[in-house]
Design a protein around this ligand. Structure first.
Ligand SMILES: CC(C)(COP(=O)(O)OP(=O)(O)OC[C@H]1O[C@@H](n2cnc3c(N)ncnc32)[C@H](O)[C@@H]1OP(=O)(O)O)[C@@H](O)C(=O)NCCC(=O)NCCS
Length: 211
């Protein structure tokens, strides 16, 4: 059985280990230091990041929700570790969509996620439980789509955005996608009806900028 190291020891890392289990890997968790190892779960073995060279031949996944921390881990191991896509078997995909995603790196797709077609998914993004992604959407690298969020058609989500649980992003058009600027957070339950600026926080229905 192929070993798979999951960066992180949090509840989310455990959820990622579950997907790895389901896909037939033998998962272990990777703690950044002794303190993180001490608070980690005993469900899977925990290896310290400083001991990783002992685990050659394994593949890796990112069990870290924070987009900027995922980006730091990827930069630290650029060209050294292989981050696999983990796609839960219950996710569904429109025509050619699975092939597009499989050409990326480090994409996590949890149970029940639905993609239609002509969606451009970048690398190292997370699609959490039961999220739906409509047609002609672009999702750049290091995005986190939380459980039950709904992204309508013709939307552009720039890198390192976080779309909160149950948020709804209205559709853009063929001429102009509705855009969420880089690094922006959309609060849980928000309804986004127009473009969102970058590095901002939006909440509510309709969504308004609070930070
Ligand atoms: C939007 C969010 C990031 C704001 O967090 P924050 O920066 O710590 O902001 P605060 O908690 O200080 O709240 C600021 C204001 O926004 C309001 N607010 C926060 N989140 C809100 C939400 N989701 N919907 C509506 N209003 C919200 C607060 O009530 C507060 O209003 P006030 O100033 O009138 O009291 C956070 O509340 C959120 O929704 N995160 C997403 C959670 C999620 O989806 N997790 C997924 C886990 S997988």
């Amino acid at each position: 059985m192929k070993k798979l190291g999951v960066f992180g020891t949090s509840g989310f890392a455990r959820e990622i280990a579950d997907i790895a289990d389901e896909l037939g890997y033998e998962p272990f968790l990777i703690a950044k230091d002794e303190t993180e190892a001490a608070i980690g779960s005993s469900m899977w073995p925990i290896v310290l990041e400083s001991d990783l060279e002992q685990a050659e031949g394994t593949v890796y996944a990112l069990g870290i929700g924070e987009n900027n921390i995922r980006a730091k881990v990827v930069n630290r191991y650029s060209g050294k570790l292989s981050f696999v896509n983990l796609i839960h078997p219950s996710a569904s995909f429109g025509k050619h969509q699975l092939e597009q995603i499989q050409a990326q790196e480090g994409v996590i797709i949890c149970a029940g996620v639905r993609f239609t077609n002509n969606i451009d998914v970048g690398s190292y993004s997370i699609f959490n439980l039961n999220a739906t992604i409509g047609h002609d959407v672009i999702i750049e690298d290091f995005v986190n789509i939380a459980p039950g969020a709904h992204i309508s058609g013709n939307v552009l989500i720039e890198r390192e955005c976080w779309v909160g649980t149950g948020a709804v992003i209205n559709q853009g058009s063929n001429e102009k996608k509705l855009m969420i600027g880089a690094g922006t957070t959309i609060g849980s339950g928000a309804v986004v009806i127009k473009d969102c600026e970058e590095q901002a926080v939006y909440v509510g229905a309709p969504a308004r900028r609070i930070k």
